[in-house]
Design a protein around this ligand. Structure first.
Ligand SMILES: O=C(O)CCC(=O)C(=O)O
Ligand SMILES: [Fe+2]
Length: 218
């Protein structure tokens, strides 16, 4: 993105904040390194299989809890049966700082304790259809970090999978938080602009997205 054009933080919908350029290049590099390690195991990154036989075009690896349509478990029974990697304390801290950056509410940030992250990798024509994140038993916000290729992130409404929606460009380093009245909005990634990422992040191509959540499970 052209550094000369400022992209101010913006509340796209009530409780849904886009904070551009939130991660430094060093932080992006560190996240890429961590995600690359998680992608190899204990549960390798894979295309999630859907109950009706389809497969998702994105590849996903989870930490803390394993997500498969449509529940969370500690072990990845649809992959290799192994327990997923621990959700590290440094990522809890990162999630808290993200919440503070989005909402400016110190108490909410202190109390935010994400316990799972879905790490999505988009390459080629990968995209993500309209859906809600609703397998969590908590209405705590979702923190989303983007690295690599720029994408179109579609922020819809809580009622339908259709309009009204707002399309936001998520660029490498951007933070997006959806909570409060927007916690259960439908959202999607209809387009990734291939080749727009900076290889200095450590990602030679494609787009990496990390969503931290609170499962509400124990
Ligand atoms: O890739 C993104 O920006 C969104 C990912 C997402 O919505 C999800 O993993 O549920
Ligand atoms: Fe989602």
């Amino acid at each position: 993105m052209d550094a000369l054009i400022p992209r101010p933080a913006r509340e796209v919908a009530p409780g849904a904040w886009h904070v551009p350029d939130w991660l430094t290049l060093d932080q992006q590099r560190e996240l890429v390194t961590a995600c690359r390690a998680w992608a190899t195991g204990p549960v390798p990154i894979r295309h999630t299989r859907l109950p009706r036989g389809g497969v998702m075009s994105v590849r996903t690896v989870c930490i803390g809890w394993h997500w498969q349509p449509y529940r969370y478990t500690r072990t990845a029974d649809d992959v290799n049966g192994r327990r997923v990697a621990e959700f590290p304390d440094w990522m809890v801290e990162l999630g808290r700082r993200a919440l503070l950056a989005a909402y400016g509410d110190e108490q909410a940030a202190r109390e935010y304790t994400p316990d799972t992250a879905l790490i999505n990798f988009y390459d080629g024509q990968a995209r993500l259809g309209m859906h809600q994140d609703k397998d969590e038993r908590s209405s705590a916000p979702v923190v989303s970090l983007s690295i690599g290729d720029t994408c179109v992130f579609r922020v819809g409404n809580t009622e339908t999978r259709t309009r009204p929606y707002t399309d936001v460009e998520l660029v490498s380093g951007d933070l997006f938080v959806f909570g409060g009245p927007s916690r259960f909005v439908h959202h999607a990634v209809p387009k990734v602009h291939e080749g727009t990422g900076d290889p200095a992040t450590g990602l030679a191509s494609g787009r990496l997205n990390i969503t931290m959540r609170v499962t509400g499970l124990s």
